[in-house]
Design a protein around this ligand. Sequence first.
Ligand code: SF4
Length: 256
Amino acid sequence: MEVRHDAHSELAPHTVYGPVPSRRYGVTLGINLLPLGDKHCTFRCTYCQLGPEKHHSAPHEFPDLATLEREVTAALAGKPAIDALVISGNGEPTLYPQLDEALVILARLRDAHLPGRAIVVLTAGTELRRPEVRAALRRVDEVAVKLDAGTQPTFAKLDMPWQPLQLDALVAAAAQLPGVAIQTILVRGRVDNTTETEVTAWLARIQQIQPRRVDLYTLDRKPIDLALEMVPLVVAQGIAARVEALGIACRVFAGL
Ligand code: SF4
């Protein structure tokens, strides 16, 4: 079990940004496949530090592949001292319409400029039900899927998917990704995912997925939903110990 601290991001200003320190991945180059200036996501997480999404149903202007290639080439040409390329940014990266092509470009540029550095995708997991998304994600070194709840009611209250979504389906899709990692935020207050009922149900989901690793987080700054409360570190560490008892590695990150 590992405990680390660092800062959380806000809206990404560009398609490529950084280097930025990451709690999990060291010094990273951020890749934002999403439109600039607004969030675009399949979730409306109550704790999201990007703020509310203003125009979910409006047409979105994603960066084109030529822009992506040009900006990543420029960023990597100076061989920056980074540990990983992290695809995250202003919402859900797997909404990018040409995901497979984008990942091919990123892998090629990584191999040319900084071989050996990991390419990581942080995802809500909602699009994993699409086989083409799962196939594209096999091109990267790590896919970290959000799993904030063990039960459907808590999932709905905490992550608030825009479209009706069954947690069972999300978990089943995540379980199909070999080597997937899981990321979970722990909160109390208006929504509590640390009750015994919740933790027991969540651990069963973890067992079903069999991830390579679980990363647990706690709040350390005021969330958008002011009715959420911070979970004590000792509680997070206790849950991490139960994950490790399943034979699955688990790290705890105090704070967003
Ligand atoms: S999945 Fe991430 S970007 Fe989307 S609403 Fe939740 S915290 Fe924000």
